[in-house]
Design a protein around this ligand. Structure first.
Ligand code: Z2T
Length: 831
């Protein structure tokens, strides 16, 4: 190969890898203090030291990233792209140090410079570009892809504001503040001023012959790329997460500008920037706002233009597109990619419609994350028609495909056709994005066995009849053991390493290796060490709560944790009603009786969507119940309750390792998978839960004797709801203990007389999520938990056996499944 420019020797002698001995690291950090930050030792604070350390680590990532991307360009492997509107990354520095294997050296070097690495890590703000499980899953999948040297890129949006910051007002209610995560420079992203695409909105589309059209007019906005490096664990392979920012095109509103109407020119440039300004904070409801649709199109159009440009650089015929490109759609949010790729092929690349459809349906894959009907995305036809006239035409044309195949297989079945159509009739008509996502993809998957079965039996039933069952399969979610064991619980990962006599890298890359712990479960010396790790993690959490909130947690109690988005289906209400029940029971006891009770600390955290009234009321109730309980001298040694504000990835990293038991108590059939359940178990916490989502597969792995199951099963739910609707029975009759709790709340025992009525009424009236049906067995399950905890040795054995059987839940396994069964991509690495 010919050297591209200048004096080859001058380049080559200057190009070197970075030295990673401690003096070189120190030199690099100090160099960044001096030049990048323009600071000095005497005015450097923790934040500055964090920034310098981050820039130094970043240098390593950039070199690995360059090499990996160069390698992909040369080798031309098939690549996969993960399109997700959410990436809940959390912090980067600790993860990067661990994946690079440089943590001990940076620790030493930073100490030499007079700082503590732990303090610097705390300076970093979370990258919180997601709502909950769906966004965190995307982050785990990026880690696993890079760690397994798979050519996978993520594509998303660079929101200026991530998920809102949650504050708790004096009366206990949730307040939202913006999350200005980019306020300090973000060292983990590289702005790509040269990677830009124009994205059109509005205008008109004129049909030509051959199913083609010309879309013109309207307005154009610029998409600019920001690249985030995703280092693999113990490998040079470093993948890319490309996030798009919206900007006005140069001369976006030149007309107004030239006419001297600067205000108007600025206003329209603001409207371009608005597209990527904020993450929508709704997790399970659709909002139907035009700006959200703009986000979705802006992102899919920029991503596909980028993917297309990369494909074209290969110089292959367009018919080979699916041999080089696989695209995973994370829920229906990126479904516009389907008509957009049709538009590119048909209108721009002159591919005949039918051939284009073949290529498109061989490129895309679709993951569904919920069967809750309110979460199924629909867009009004008039809105789509106005914003994306060409895509509306294409969606109508795809509808014709659906009509003809359904008509052929089920002649005259009008009702079936109406259910399967992309267009839902009504005023206005709506576009059903899940139907489009199903029709336009090679495969559809759910995220746990039960959920995938429900997808086949409910929302996709008609499509199973049409295509056959093989198009609809399951990939059970997973979590990355790098962040969710080694990073968040180093004491445990050290203990495991020393016990199994294996370097950490062995079990962090092959989580099934944890099974080796089974043979130590009965070893008293090991049990003691295991319990000591849990205890020190409780103290770490208590310390954190003490410094951030000024509260004193009893660390000699069982820690019972429920941390997740607030939602009726997740039933935080069941938990708080259970807590109140426990409190009332304690109050009924004599002091002597109380002394026999297992002391418990109940911890909640989670955000409610800002417009979700009942969920916000639940937070308010928890906070106010906590206020009364924690101040009650009779009970406070036996029961403490806390709502920790502003739940985040970083807070989860402190909470999860400290938990003895965690709650995953959704109404059966409603939680698609859950992933925190896996995180708790990996860290030796046990579960109390319903027979739902991945709880079921966890129990299959660890054995039912190690999980506290309760409640009705999925097949019963439909019948119970029907009964509630047509043969309602008052709570007093159906479940007296719960009725007592509701009445105490109603009567103002926890303050705020009257405000909780709307929440209580969701239980007293239809009780859609079946609290009245599950309350008794829930209380029974918690009693079994208490009894099991009394026999501490047995409990520790359960804890060890649980961790030992978590191999299946590594996101490495999930990504292998996608790579082999869906994307057809292979590992490849530089050198
Ligand atoms: C979300 O976090 C999940 C599903 C959604 O459906 C939306 C959001 Cl923001 C549209 C969660 C599921 O509730 C959870 O069970 C699952 O583990 C997670 O996605 C990842 O699949």
């Amino acid at each position: 190969e010919k050297w591209p420019r200048g004096d080859e020797k001058a380049w080559k002698t200057s190009m070197r890898g970075l030295d990673t001995d401690i003096p070189s690291i120190t030199k690099s950090i100090v160099g960044h203090v001096q030049t990048s930050l323009a600071q000095q030792a005497h005015n450097l604070d923790d934040l500055g030291a964090y920034q310098a350390a981050a820039l130094s680590v970043r240098d390593n990532l950039i070199l690995n990233w360059n090499e990996t991307q160069m390698h992909y360009t040369r080798k031309e492997p098939k690549r996969a792209y993960y399109l997700s509107l959410e990436f809940l990354m959390g912090r980067t520095l600790d993860n990067a140090l661990l994946n690079l294997g440089l943590k001990p050296k940076y620790d030493d070097s930073i100490s030499q410079l007079g700082f503590r690495l732990e303090d610097l890590l705390e300076q970093e703000r979370d990258a919180a570009l997601g709502n909950g499980g769906l966004g965190r899953l995307a982050a785990c999948y990026l880690d696993s892809s890079a760690s397994q040297e798979l050519p996978v890129w993520g594509y998303g949006l660079r929101y200026k504001y991530g998920i809102f910051q949650q504050l708790i007002a004096p009366d206990g209610s949730q307040l939202e503040a913006p999350d200005p995560w980019l306020e300090h420079d973000n060292p983990w992203e590289l702005p790509r001023l040269d990677v830009t695409y124009e994205v059109r909105f509005y205008g008109h589309s004129e049909r030509l012959d051959n199913m083609k059209a010309v879309w013109s007019g309207g307005q154009e906005v610029l998409a600019m790329a920001y690249d985030t490096m995703i280092p693999g664990y113990e490998t040079k392979s470093t993948n890319n997460l490309r996030l798009w920012e919206s900007k006005p095109k140069r001369g976006f509103d030149l007309q107004s500008f030239n006419a001297g109407d600067y205000e108007r020119a600025v206003e329209s440039s603001n409207s371009a920037a608005a597209i990527t300004s904020v993450l929508y904070p709704n997790d399970h409801t659709t909002f139907g706002k035009e700006l959200r649709l703009k986000q979705q199109y802006f992102w899919t159009a920029a991503s596909l233009a980028d993917i297309m440009r990369r494909f074209k650089n290969l110089g292959k015929p367009i018919s080979e597109f699916p041999d080089y490109v696989a695209i995973q759609l994370n829920d229906t949010h990126p479904t516009l990619a389907i008509p957009e790729l049709m538009r590119i092929f048909v209108d721009e690349e002159d591919v005949p419609w039918d051939a284009a459809w073949q290529l498109v349906t061989n490129t895309f894959f679709f993951t569904n994350h919920t069967v809750l009907p309110e979460a199924l995305e629909k867009w009004p036809v008039p809105l789509m028609q106005n914003l994306l006239p060409r895509h509306m035409q294409i969606i109508f044309d795809i509808t014709e495909i659906v009509v003809s195949v359904v008509e052929k297989k089920f002649p005259g079945d009008r009702e079936r056709l109406a259910r399967m159509s992309l267009i839902e009739e009504g005023y206005p008509q709506n576009i059903r994005m899940a139907n489009l996502a199903c029709i336009g993809t090679r495969k559809v998957n759910g995220v746990a066995e039960l959920h995938s079965e429900l997808v086949r039996l409910t929302i996709m039933k008609d499509f199973v009849d049409l295509y056959g069952v093989s198009k609809f399969s399951n990939v059970t979610n997973g979590i990355t053991p790098r962040r969710w064991l080694d990073q968040c619980n180093p004491r445990l990962s050290n203990l495991i390493s020393e016990t199994l006599k294996l370097p950490k890298a062995v079990f962090l890359k092959d989580l099934y290796k944890l099974e080796g712990l089974l043979q130590f479960a009965d070893d008293p010396a090991f049990q003691k060490k295991w319990a000591a790790v849990k205890q020190s993690n409780k103290e770490r959490l208590a310390q954190h709560v003490q410094t951030t909130l000024g509260l004193k947690i009893n660390t000699h109690a069982m820690f019972d944790v429920q941390i997740k988005r607030l939602h009726e289906y997740k039933r935080q209400t069941l938990n708080i009603m259970g807590v109140i029940h426990r409190y009332l029971t304690l109050k009924d006891m004599t002091p002597a009786e109380r002394k026999k009770v297992n002391p418990k600390v109940v911890l909640f955290a989670g955000k409610a969507a800002p417009g979700y009234y009942v969920a916000k009321l639940t937070i308010r109730l928890i906070v106010n119940v906590a206020r009364i309980i924690n101040a009650d001298a009779d009970t406070k040694d036996y029961l403490q309750l806390y709502f920790l504000p502003d739940y985040s990835v970083s807070l989860a990293e402190v909470l999860i390792p400290a938990s003895d038991i965690s709650q995953h108590i959704s109404t059966a059939g409603t939680e698609a998978s859950g992933t925190s359940n896996m995180k708790f178990c990996l860290n030796g916490g046990l579960l109390v839960g319903t027979v739902d989502g991945a709880n079921i597969e966890i129990a299959e792995e660890v054995g039912e004797q190690n999980v506290f199951f309760f409640g009705h099963l999925t097949p019963a739910v439909e019948d119970l709801r029907y009964k509630h609707m047509y043969h309602p029975v008052p709570v007093e009759q159906k479940c007296p203990p719960l009725a007592r709790v509701l009445n105490e709340v109603s009567a103002g025992r926890f303050g705020d007389g009257g405000v909780y009525e709307p929440l209580l009424n969701t239980i007293r009236q239809h009780d859609y999520y079946l609290l009245t049906e599950d309350f008794d067995s829930y209380i029974q399950a918690l009693k079994l938990v208490d009894e099991a905890y009394q026999d501490r040795t047995e409990w520790i054995k359960k804890s060890i056996r649980t961790t030992a059987k978590m191999g299946k839940f590594s996101s490495d396994r999930a990504i292998q499944d996608y790579a082999q069964e869906y994307w057809n991509i292979e590992s490849t690495k530089p050198e």
